[in-house]
Design a protein around this ligand. Structure first.
Ligand code: ASP
Ligand code: MG
Length: 413
């Protein structure tokens, strides 16, 4: 008998019939003898709808308004209640818990609050009496001000993992509309395969570099608290992807992700003197714009410096305006902004111990005539920024060259 958290995403809870189907999955787990805590997202795209209502009412895109959080959190209240009612109609004892009731105490700003502490006594009491605790994901209680908060879009994954950590759950199952984590996006790469298991570091990189199955913060929380995850489909009983510690470390390349959320800015013809980078990035930082990949170079003849980097597409106009405004104090010849770019990343926990992955990646792209604009690496990933026009060609070539579909088979033996 174990304590298990089961989280259902919005696409698994589209309407009441979907919720009933999810409730059957919960009931099956409970009947097997486990204690179950359920975490729900809002039904379908309810949160999008609420968010645009808030925007219409207030006319500013002020995500940090406490009143918006009151509205946004409604979606999970609705689905938690319907889930509890559906479980009750199956003869089980179930009750819903809102973030403020648990409480899930948060700090930081509204719209992207961070969890500070979770009260567990009511949850544990419910589970110990074989009741099912149905928790509204995505929401909490701002400690200062005593108001409802939300954790940021996609935040119910984080709710699930942190709730699992707080009640010492042995497993957190993430139910979604795909069968697990794939070697690449199956919609673009026909030979993409489901990975049966990956480790926390890989999951974190995959989540932050464009994999859409799990929120990045949830992956980080699972790694930190060592919560085993099982990412699987609500609509089939197939095994999904297990995420855990130190699984299959020797695999050099596990997955190939792409992210379309970046844009490139190049600042050309800067005076090449100490402090230039600090002025550029200091200006962006003071405007709350985060920068990801960076490359700096020099022209040979004039000794001018060039700096290119990526920011989120959603930040690009603010970033350009911020740089225009320092042109007098930090002169440059040209500012170029390009949002027709994508970031491709090869990820693998064994990458740091296997030579030649980068070389093979670059050669493969070169052979296809694809220009690499910026490169970034860490111990277990290599990312390149390329023109978005080559997305599918690059994905398919790299997936083939690194034989990702077969790598999955090998590990099953
Ligand atoms: N319902 C929220 C959203 O759509 C939270 C979540 O689904 O994880 O962002
Ligand atoms: Mg989600």
């Amino acid at each position: 008998m174990a304590r298990v958290v089961q989280k259902f995403g919005g696409s698994s809870l589209r309407d009441l019939s979907y919720i009933r189907r999810a409730a059957q999955i919960v009931a099956r787990r409970w009947h097997s003898g486990d204690d179950v805590l359920v975490v729900v997202s809002a039904m379908g795209d309810r949160t999008d709808l609420l968010s645009s209502l808030a925007l219409t009412a207030y006319k500013h895109s002020d995500d940090e308004n406490a009143e918006s959080d009151v509205l946004l959190s409604i979606g999970e209240q609705e689905s938690a209640s319907l889930m509890a009612l559906s479980l009750q109609s199956l003869g089980l004892s179930a009750r819903s818990f809102m973030g403020w009731q648990i409480p899930i105490e948060t700090i930081g700003v509204h719209g992207k609050a961070r969890v500070k502490r979770i009260g567990t006594s009511m949850l544990v009491d419910t589970l110990d009496h074989r009741g099912i605790a149905v928790c509204a994901g995505f929401q909490g209680l701002m400690v200062r001000g005593d108001r409802i908060s939300t954790l940021g879009r996609g935040g119910s994954d984080t709710s699930a993992v942190l709730l699992a950590a707080s009640i010492d759950a042995q497993l957190c199952e993430i139910f979604t509309d795909v069968e697990g984590v794939y070697t690449s996006d199956p919609r673009l790469v026909a030979s993409a395969r489901k990975l049966s298991s990956i480790n926390y570091e890989e999951m974190l990189e995959i989540a932050s570099l464009g994999g859409r199955v799990l929120e990045t913060r949830a992956a980080a929380a699972a790694m930190r608290y060592k919560i085993p995850l099982h990412i699987r489909s609500t609509f089939s009983s197939n095994e999904g992807t297990e995420v855990g510690e130190g699984i299959m470390e020797e695999r050099a390349v596990t997955a190939l992700t792409h992210s379309e959320s970046d844009a490139k800015i190049a600042v050309l013809g800067l005076d090449n003197q100490p402090g230039i980078a600090s002025k550029i990035f200091g200006q962006l930082a003071s405007n709350g714009i985060s920068v990801d990949m960076i490359v700096q170079g020099m022209t040979q003849d004039e000794g001018k410096a060039h700096i290119a980097f990526t920011v989120l597409k959603t930040d690009i106009s603010r970033a350009c305006a911020a740089l225009e405004s320092i042109r007098e104090s930090t002169p440059y010849q040209e500012l170029r902004c390009d949002d027709n770019v994508i970031k491709l990343s090869l990820i693998g926990a064994g990458m740091n111990s296997s030579a030649g992955v980068a070389a093979r990646m670059f050669t493969t792209l070169a052979e296809k005539g694809i220009n690499i604009q910026i490169i970034a690496t860490s111990e277990i990933k290599i990312s390149v920024l390329i023109s978005a026009d080559y997305l599918e060609l690059a994905l398919r070539s790299l997936h083939g060259v690194f034989d990702l579909s077969n790598a999955v088979e090998d590990l099953k033996q």
